[in-house]
Design a protein around this ligand. Structure first.
Ligand code: SF4
Ligand code: SF4
Length: 230
């Protein structure tokens, strides 16, 4: 039986820094939030985000038969220059080990993602209990901070915990609870943002320098969660 414990151990063996698991389902709240964001035009010239929304909001549409989303985390420090490659090669290795050990039956070419598909990566990292979305609108891992890359493996197998699933889920804080706890009264990212893209409930990509020149990490650099005890 495939369990979160087995996946944790195998992802660590193939070189990821952490992993989390969530049952595959449609992200209804995120669909509403993102539709509203797109309607306001806050995505700027990223028109590709307007397409494939059915697939983007529901991994069961993207990978027919999907049951489990495995979210893998790799820190910037371990990913080198080509993080797509670093993550994809580890995802292939993870899948190979799952097949070798009899937990899944076959390989799938369309179930490994890293910035490469209509897939709400950061939201799935939250669903998998790995962290939260901060006031800077970045995914912040609970212990590793936001200098991390994400990769996902979507499986058609159920992943059943040896512990009671309900018990585990109730132990997990929601994004809002973690956000209130971690960001608290801090506004460093908002104050330091050179484009004034932060500070509203929704991030304004049309003002974000990272999306214009790809050269801004200020809202991560000033974040105390990247620089001290998380
Ligand atoms: S990347 Fe730079 S411009 Fe974009 S939100 Fe962060 S600080 Fe602001
Ligand atoms: S800088 Fe402060 S408010 Fe912004 S994400 Fe980090 S902790 Fe949260």
């Amino acid at each position: 039986m495939l369990s979160p414990e087995i996946l944790q151990s195998l992802t660590s063996e193939v070189g990821f820094d952490d992993c989390g698991i969530a049952p595959a389902h449609r992200l209804d709240d995120d669909a509403l939030f993102m539709d509203d964001w797109l309607r306001q035009g806050l995505h700027g010239n990223m028109s590709y985000l307007e397409r494939n929304r059915t697939l983007r909001y529901d991994p069961c549409q993207l990978v027919p038969g999907a049951q489990t989303v495995v979210v893998c985390v790799l820190t910037y420090a371990h990913s080198g220059h080509d993080y797509h490659r670093a993550i994809k090669s580890r995802l292939y290795e993870l899948e190979a080990r799952l097949i070798e050990q009899g937990y899944i039956t076959s390989s799938d070419e369309q179930n490994k993602f890293c910035d490469s598909a209509p897939f709400l990566e950061r939201r799935w990292a939250v669903e998998a209990g790995l962290g939260f979305i901060g006031r800077n609108h970045q995914f912040i891992h609970t212990t590793l901070g936001s200098y991390v890359h994400l990769g996902e493996l979507v499986l058609k197998e159920k992943c059943v915990s040896e512990k009671c699933v309900n018990e585990e889920l109730t132990c997990q804080l929601t994004n809002l609870q973690t956000y209130k706890l971690k960001c608290a009264d801090c506004t460093r990212c908002i104050d330091a943002c050179p484009g004034h893209a932060l500070g509203q409930p929704q991030w304004d990509a049309t003002k974000c320098i990272a999306y214009i020149t790809h050269k801004c990490t200020v809202c991560q650099d000033v974040c105390p969660l990247n620089n001290s005890n998380l």
